[in-house]
Write a protein that binds this ligand. Structure first.
Ligand SMILES: [Zn+2]
Length: 136
């Protein structure tokens, strides 16, 4: 598991459980003011990393405060926001750990099993990174 992600969860007081006892890929929850993320241990490690980032995104971007909206018309928007959050976190790690001559957005997307519809998001993030901007 990527160290950066453990640090990110810890910094936001989020407790992470990786367990084979889930019937979905993972989810985030807030109970009595405590924040949790559950991840399905049966997924590949790179996929677990993606799901963890996505669920951390929901909590860090405070999506739970929009729960009424979430269940009505905002679900797709919030899911997209959590996905772009996940992509930028994983991509920052990838670009920092990989020598520049080996950068390849396809390899990155395949590694974390990121859906093709996010290709544009990945390319934009790489462009921003190259321009020295902070990825948002
Ligand atoms: Zn989600």
């Amino acid at each position: 598991m990527i160290e950066r992600l453990k640090g990110l969860a810890k910094k936001h007081g989020i407790v992470v459980f990786i367990t084979p006892m889930l019937d979905n890929e993972g989810y985030a929850d807030v109970k009595d003011g405590r924040k949790y993320v559950f991840i399905n241990a049966n997924l590949s490690i790179p996929k677990q990393e993606y799901i963890l980032c996505h669920e951390l995104g929901h909590l860090i971007l405070k999506h739970d405060e929009f729960s009424t909206i979430y269940h009505n018309f905002g679900k797709r928007h919030l899911e997209h926001e959590a996905d772009t959050f996940a992509i930028s976190q994983l991509l920052m790690n990838y670009l920092e750990e990989t020598p520049e001559e080996y950068w390849n957005y396809n390899n990155f997307m395949e590694h974390h099993q990121i859906e093709n519809r996010f290709e544009f998001v990945v390319k934009e993030d790489i462009k921003d990174f190259c321009l020295g901007k902070e990825i948002t």
